[in-house]
Design a protein around this ligand. Structure first.
Ligand code: ATP
Ligand code: MG
Length: 331
């Protein structure tokens, strides 16, 4: 069975899922639904760069996983007519690796650094002068004989993506001209995405089925797409190209997603606070230890939605569940 984290987090998705994901990526701004504020900002930045014939200003995209950061970076590079280079922050182990990437960029190229908050600080420092002056300051040697060598890089655009903008160092954060935050999508936007992607998968989707799927997608397009593909599998087996409400219900129950869109892990978090900690408050460290989960997984992947939907609150003394959770758990 797939773990609940797999449903959210791109680095863990299997190869098959990755291919399916790229097939469902928005092919242009016209297919990029929602996030109006982010998209409006980005369009102005792209157009201005195109008129100036210069590199677009650096932008930081932040928000929970699966909301469309990578997809947006792809659209930006396309609209600039530039090459997109994608790297993952924690995967860069040496300064030299980052320097090599930066010096290989062509004018106006887009460098996309995913999980930029997890980049090592000593490596991150290379970015400061690269972003500000398109120059690398590299220290060669040690002690009294050390000297700084400067290497020019072509004007480029850095797009950083992060699930936690709060964890970014100040020098790095302030070098981004635009700090764009992604919000969860509302059910009608998710519904639009589902309708669009059903067409791409060549299946038909009736309104009732679409509404249930949209409600259970946690405001997250990646989850909506996963549910859609699952339901599609079901209807294929049933020999139909029409996705019916019964197949939706069966898929959701197999995926252990309830009618509110919460999954096994969401419920486990709420139940743990309720049963072990009498509803809270409980410190995040203690909670994660009891759950046997990584702190960043809980904070980045699960909590944001539970907070937004009012199942959980954060107080100075820790996490507390709300009456809404108590009602849910007593059902
Ligand atoms: N605004 C959107 N309109 C339509 N589809 C979208 C939109 N945003 C995301 N999607 C769909 O959701 C999938 C996941 O999006 P994407 O990979 O861009 O998320 P992400 O924010 O980069 O996630 P992560 O933080 O895990 O890297 C895409 O393949 C795409 O099909
Ligand atoms: Mg991504």
């Amino acid at each position: 069975m797939e773990s609940s984290i797999d449903r959210f987090y791109s680095p863990n998705v299997k190869e098959r899922d990755k291919n399916a994901e790229s097939r469902l990526r928005p092919a242009g701004f016209i297919e990029y639904i929602g996030q109006k504020n982010v998209v409006d900002n980005v369009k102005v930045m792209v157009e201005s760069a195109n008129i100036r014939e210069q590199a677009m200003d650096h932008a930081l995209l932040s928000g929970p996983p699966g909301l469309g950061k990578t997809s947006l970076a792809m659209l930006i590079a396309d609209a600039l007519g530039s090459e997109l280079h994608m790297i993952s922050g924690p995967a860069i182990e040496r300064k030299g690796d980052l320097a090599a990437i930066l010096t290989s960029l062509q004018p106006r190229d887009v460098l996309f650094i995913d999980e930029i908050h997890r980049m090592h600080i000593s490596i991150e420092e290379i970015l400061y002068s690269a972003m500000e002056d398109y120059r690398l300051d590299i220290v060669i040697g040690q002690g009294p004989s050390a000297r700084t060598m400067q290497i020019d890089v072509n004007p480029f655009t850095l797009i950083g993506a992060t699930t936690r903008s709060g964890l970014l160092s100040n020098p790095l954060r302030t070098r981004f001209m635009a700090n764009l935050h992604f919000d969860f999508y509302n059910p009608s936007e998710i519904g639009e995405i589902l309708a669009l992607n059903a067409k791409k998968l060549e299946v038909s989707l009736d309104n009732d089925a679409k509404e249930i799927m949209a409600k259970c997608s946690r405001g997250t397009p990646r989850i909506a797409n996963r549910i859609l593909r699952r339901v599609r599998d079901f209807s294929l087996i049933d020999g139909s190209k029409k996705l019916e409400i019964e197949q939706v219900k069966k898929s959701l129950s197999l995926m252990e997603i309830d009618e509110r869109g919460l999954d096994r892990m969401d419920r486990k978090i709420l139940k743990t606070i309720h049963d072990y900690y009498k509803g809270g408050p409980v410190g995040i460290e203690a909670l994660c230890a009891t759950l046997g989960e990584d702190r960043s997984t809980i904070e980045d992947v699960f909590e944001p939605y539970l907070l937004q939907e009012g199942y959980l609150t954060r107080t100075p003394r820790g996490r507390e569940i709300t009456q809404k959770s108590v009602d849910l758990l007593s059902n």
